[in-house]
Design a protein around this ligand. Structure first.
Ligand code: AMP
Ligand code: MG
Length: 481
C-alpha cells in the first residue's frame, strides 16, 4: 500500500482523520477475482485490518498510511449544499497494480469525520452488501463502476429504522473525485480549481496533458461529459436505476458511484422511481439522461473560471451527441442488430412504450427475444399480458433484422451476448442479505461469482431466471444506509 496521491492537492481538499475501528470484526467476504485483477498481495489479516479500520494492526504498521476525509460540496435534489464531504468514509491509501495503475482504497463506514453532520459515520451490513452486489453486477454487465474489495462486520449495533449489524466496505477505484469536488474548488477560487483540473488530468486523463495548456481545462470538461453520457446510455440499456444522482454522487471518470436505493428493473416502467424519498421523481428512470446533462451543466459552471463559454457549450453538446449515439448502439446490440439506421430510434422507443404499457419483465424480454421465430418462442410471448399488441412490432423487427443480412445464428448470438440470463433483482439481493445477517455468506459469494459472468446460461440458477412472483416484485426496501 502507498499513501494516497490525493494528499498532493492543497489541504483545503481534505482533513486527516483516523478511522474508528470496529471491535472484534470479522472478514465477511473478499472479492478474490478483483484481488487477482489488481494483483493485490494483501493477506486476509491485512485485509481485515484495513476493512475494519484497524490501522494500528501490526500487519499494517509498515504501510504508514495517512487516511483522509475528502471535502466536496454538491447539488442534492437540485439544491446546492456547501456542507458535504466524506461523512463516513475515508481514503486509506492506494494500491498499484502490475500496470502501475493506482487504485484508491476507500473505507466506507469508517466512523465520524468533520463532515458527518448529524450522521454516525457508520454503515450497516445490509447497505454494504447492496453496494458490493451492485458494483460487481454492473461490472459483470460491462458498465463502468467503482468496485468492492472486501467487507468486514462486527457485533456492534447501528441504529437505522431498526438496530442493524455494523459493517464496512473497501471500495476500490482509480479516483473518488466527484463533480462536487469541482464545485468546492470553484468556491475556493481559480487557483484551487486549476490545481484540481491539473491533478485530474495528470492522474486520470493523461492523454490531455499534451494539448496546449489553455485548451486542457475545456478538453477535460468535454471528456468528462462524454464519459458521463456513455454511462447514462449503459444504465438505460441494462435497466439500472441509480436513485440519487446528486452531483456529489457523480464520478469524474464516468463510473457508477455511490449506491443507495438503486434497482435493476423487474417489470419495465418508464417513469419508475426506485427512491421512495424522491417524491417528485427527479431521479426516475426516464429522467436519468437529462439529469446526467443537468449535472454536467453544474460541472461546466464550476469550471467557469477556467474555461470559455464556447468550451462549456461544446462540452454539453458533446454529451448529447455521445448519449444519442451510444444509446442506439447499446439498444441495437440488445436487439441483436449489428448496424445502425436512422429509424432504429423509433423501433426502440415504440418497443419501450409497449413494454411500459404491459409492464413486461425487462431483462427476460430481451433475453428471450432470441427465441422469436423458433419453436420455443412462446417463452417470449408468455412474458406479455397481451401478446397480440406486440405483433406489429415483432413484424417491424423481423423486417429490420432482414436488412442486416446477419443470419439467424448471429442475431441469436448477439442477443445472448448482450442480455444477461441473470440480473440482480431486489428480492435476490434481499435473500442474500437475510442469509448474511444470520451468518451465512455462501449465497453472497455464489452470487458474486455468477454476477461476474451474467451472459452465461447459469442452469443452476434456473429458478431466478423466471419472472418474479408478485410478492417478490412488491418488495419494499429500506433506503437508509
Ligand atoms: P449519500 O446520500 O450516501 O451520497 O450521502 C450524502 C452525504 O451524507 C455524504 O456527505 C455522506 O458522507 C453523508 N452521510 C451519509 N450517511 C452518513 C452517516 N451514516 N454518517 C455520516 N455521514 C453520512
Ligand atoms: Mg454520496
Amino acid at each position: 500500500m502507498q499513501q494516497s496521491a490525493f494528499l498532493k492537492l492543497p489541504n483545503d481538499f481534505y482533513e486527516l482523520v483516523l478511522p474508528e475501528p470496529q471491535q472484534n470484526a470479522r472478514l465477511v467476504t473478499v472479492n478474490r477475482s478483483l484481488m487477482d485483477e489488481l494483483n493485490c498481495e494483501l493477506n486476509d489479516k491485512q485485509l481485515l485490518a484495513l476493512a475494519s479500520g484497524n490501522l494500528t494492526d501490526d500487519s499494517l504498521i509498515n504501510f504508514n498510511l495517512i487516511p483522509l476525509a475528502q471535502k466536496y460540496t454538491g447539488h442534492q435534489f437540485g439544491y446546492y449544499n456547501p456542507d458535504l464531504g466524506d461523512g463516513r468514509g475515508l481514503l486509506l491509501g492506494q494500491w498499484r497494480d502490475q500496470n502501475n495503475q493506482a487504485w484508491e482504497f476507500h473505507l466506507k463506514g469508517a466512523g465520524r469525520t468533520p463532515f458527518s453532520r448529524r450522521g454516525d459515520g457508520r454503515a450497516v451490513l445490509r447497505s454494504v452488501i447492496r453496494e458490493y452486489l451492485a458494483s460487481e453486477a454492473l461490472h459483470g454487465l460491462g458498465v463502468p463502476t467503482t468496485r468492492a474489495l472486501a467487507i468486514a462486520s462486527s457485533q456492534e449495533q447501528v441504529q437505522r429504522e431498526i438496530f442493524e449489524p455494523r459493517a464496512s466496505l473497501i471500495r476500490v477505484t482509480p479516483t473518488h473525485i466527484r463533480f462536487g469536488h469541482f464545485e468546492w474548488a470553484a468556491s475556493l477560487g481559480k487557483d484551487a480549481l486549476d490545481a484540481l483540473i491539473a491533478f485530474v488530468i495528470q492522474h486520470h486523463y493523461p492523454e490531455l496533458a499534451d494539448l496546449p495548456e489553455d485548451e486542457q481545462a475545456g478538453a477535460l470538461l468535454k471528456a468528462v461529459c462524454g464519459r458521463t453520457a456513455k454511462l447514462m446510455a449503459k444504465w438505460q440499456a441494462v435497466g439500472f436505476n441509480h436513485g440519487v444522482m446528486n452531483s456529489d454522487n457523480m464520478s469524474i471518470i464516468g463510473e457508477t458511484f455511490d449506491f443507495g436505493p438503486y434497482a435493476f428493473f423487474d417489470d419495465f416502467q418508464i417513469e419508475y422511481i426506485c427512491n421512495h424519498s424522491d417524491v417528485e421523481g427527479r431521479y426516475a428512470y426516464n429522467q436519468q439522461p437529462k439529469i446526467g446533462v443537468w449535472n454536467c451543466q453544474v460541472l461546466a459552471a464550476a469550471f467557469g473560471q477556467s474555461v470559455t463559454n464556447a468550451e462549456q457549450t461544446a462540452a454539453l453538446d458533446h454529451f448529447v451527441q455521445t448519449y444519442n449515439q451510444q444509446y442506439v448502439s447499446e439498444m441495437n446490440a440488445k436487439l441483436g442488430l449489428a448496424t445502425q439506421q436512422e429509424t432504429d430510434k423509433d423501433l426502440i422507443g415504440d418497443l419501450l412504450v409497449l413494454m411500459d404499457k404491459q409492464r413486461v419483465d425487462f431483462s427476460l424480454f430481451f433475453r428471450r427475444l432470441a427465441k422469436l421465430g423458433h419453436t420455443d418462442e412462446n417463452e417470449l410471448r408468455r412474458l406479455l399480458s397481451q401478446p397480440e399488441e406486440f405483433e406489429p412490432w415483432f413484424e417491424r423487427y423481423h423486417q429490420r433484422v432482414a436488412q442486416e443480412a446477419l443470419g439467424e445464428d448471429k442475431r441469436q448470438q448477439r442477443i445472448l451476448a448482450n442480455n444477461p440470463s441473470i440480473i440482480l433483482r431486489n428480492y435476490i439481493a434481499q435473500q442474500i442479505i437475510e442469509a448474511a445477517e444470520v451468518g451465512s455468506f455462501q449465497p453472497l459469494n455464489d452470487w458474486i461469482k455468477a454476477l461476474h459472468s451474467p451472459f452465461e446460461n447459469h442452469p443452476g440458477l434456473a429458478e431466478f431466471q423466471q419472472p418474479p412472483t408478485p410478492e417478490q416484485k412488491g418488495l419494499q426496501l429500506s433506503c437508509s444506509s
